[in-house]
Design a binder for this molecule. Structure first.
Ligand code: S3P
Length: 445
């Protein structure tokens, strides 16, 4: 599928975003381990979340689903069964990495397989700490393309062990997925397991485990989990996904005269780096928390402003990791230069997102230099419509469509069916605020 986007008049209206994918994965995994039935509502359409749900069903956990709601009948930490087949994670890195942590503590062996793009993403980052805890993990090497490298790729075979060894892990790489894998494994350890972060990452795992009654505490840069059983809190209402809201936050900031209200959005502070950076760029954003709960949520109001270039450094990257592609669009629309440093992790997402975004924005006329492999400098200026490629990456596809709203003339983004991974409703939402004539999708054979 391709999409053609015309330069749009001001964006106006109110949107409710689909439920948060990152929180949904964690809710499903915790529910599978917790004693009692957990109701998760509203259920996201995103492909990735179906993978986590299927994975726990394949581990013998009873699951019921209506279009909007899922019920998971957790049987406690001894309730998982060795699956009869490999566990297919599709393209969902969060499914695979978090499940590896959970499976490291099971008294059986599982094999986690992946689709083509996830099969090229690095797994050494979880294999090392989980091995230190006593599980045995085997991955695939890529000797032909990566000779001499220690890196490992899916499929991953996890030979679980119970109990695991409690460890204290100093994380070199800021990664919520790695932290979460260790914390989930920590539930099955022989003592308290700690993870110390140099730079804080999203804390959804800590929050969901607390909601399920785990003994988990934060001390400074460290988080410690005690082994033990989880208990279902009953019903969990998922907030809207801030990472999906991000496309509309940037679109409304950049299209002159726009004003959008985004309701029911997750406002977990560890996810809101985009808002801080846009404010520094001169953006006009107001957030109101309507409910603190186990995950805070509320409203974001965005009004267009002329933006100016800023510097974004490594300590800010985890808080904006999934929003960097669309932040690059804001940079291309700003006055002056925006410098991104320490963004190398973008190269190991669903695609190399530095390459896909730089290629796409250059097609639209942006001036970009790459002073180092993990740095990008974008000079803001007028964009003009062109044909650009998604590179099969959902966030690149949606970010370039947002750029198309600002570019003069028509912009075609090729290969946008990939948005189903995280946000299948994206183009409907875009039409709702930009108008149908502005956004046309075409299915290709
Ligand atoms: C995620 C963490 C981030 C993010 C990914 C989801 C999570 O990955 O990019 O989309 O839910 O924990 P890393 O932990 O690899 O930075």
């Amino acid at each position: 599928m391709d999409v053609t986007v015309q330069r749009t008049p001001p964006l106006r209206g109110t949107l409710s975003l689909p439920p948060d994918k990152a929180i949904c994965h964690r809710a499903v995994l915790a529910a599978a381990l917790g004693i009692g039935t957990t109701e998760i509502h509203p259920w996201p359409l995103a492909d990735d979340c179906q993978r986590t749900l299927q994975l726990v069903a394949d581990l013998g956990v009873p699951v019921k689903k209506s279009p909007q709601t899922v019920w998971i009948d957790g049987r406690g930490d001894a309730g998982l069964r060795a699956p009869t087949q490999e566990l297919f994670c599709g393209e969902s890195g969060t499914t695979l990495r978090l499940a590896a942590g959970l499976l490291a503590g099971q008294p059986f062996t599982t094999r986690l397989s992946a689709g083509p793009s996830l099969s090229r993403r690095p797994m050494r980052r979880i294999v090392d700490p989980l091995s230190e805890m006593g599980a045995r993990l085997e991955g695939r090497r890529m000797a032909a393309s990566d000779p001499g490298s220690r890196e490992l790729y899916p499929p991953l075979t996890v030979h679980g062990r119970r109990p695991l060894r409690a460890v204290r892990c100093e994380m070199e790489l800021p990664s919520a997925q790695v932290k979460s894998a260790i914390l989930l494994a920590g539930l099955f350890a022989d003592g308290a397991t700690s993870v110390v972060e140099r730079v804080p990452t999203r804390d959804h795992t800590e929050r969901i485990l607390r909601a399920f009654g785990a003994g988990i505490r934060r001390e400074g840069r460290g988080v410690t989990i005690e082994p033990g059983a989880l208990r279902s809190p009953g019903a969990l209402v998922l907030p809207g996904d801030f990472s999906s809201a991000a496309f509309f936050v940037v679109a409304a900031s950049c299209v002159p005269g726009s004003r959008l209200v985004l309701e029911g959005v997750g406002l977990n502070p560890t996810r809101l780096g985009l808002l801080e950076i846009l404010k520094r760029m001169g953006g006009c954003l107001t957030t109101t928390v309507s409910e603190e709960g186990w995950e805070p949520r509320g409203t974001v109001v965005v009004e267009a402003r002329s933006l100016r270039g800023v510097s974004v450094g490594p300590s800010e990257v985890p808080g904006v990791i999934d929003e960097l592609p669309v932040l690059m669009v804001a940079a291309a629309c700003a006055t002056g230069t925006t410098r991104f440093h320490g963004v190398g992790e973008l190269r190991v997402k669903e695609t190399d997102r530095i390459r896909s975004m730089v290629n796409g924005l250059r097609q639209l006329g942006a001036r970009i230099v790459l002073p180092a492999p993990d740095a990008v400098e974008i000079d803001g200026g007028p964009l003009r419509g062109a044909v650009a490629e998604s590179a099969g990456d959902h966030r690149t596809a949606m970010s370039l469509a947002v750029a198309g709203l600002v570019a003069e003339g028509a912009t075609t983004v090729r290969g946008v069916a990939c948005v189903a991974k995280s946000f299948p409703e994206f183009f409907d939402h875009l039409r709702a605020v930009a108008g149908s004539p502005t956004v046309k999708t075409v299915d290709n054979p």
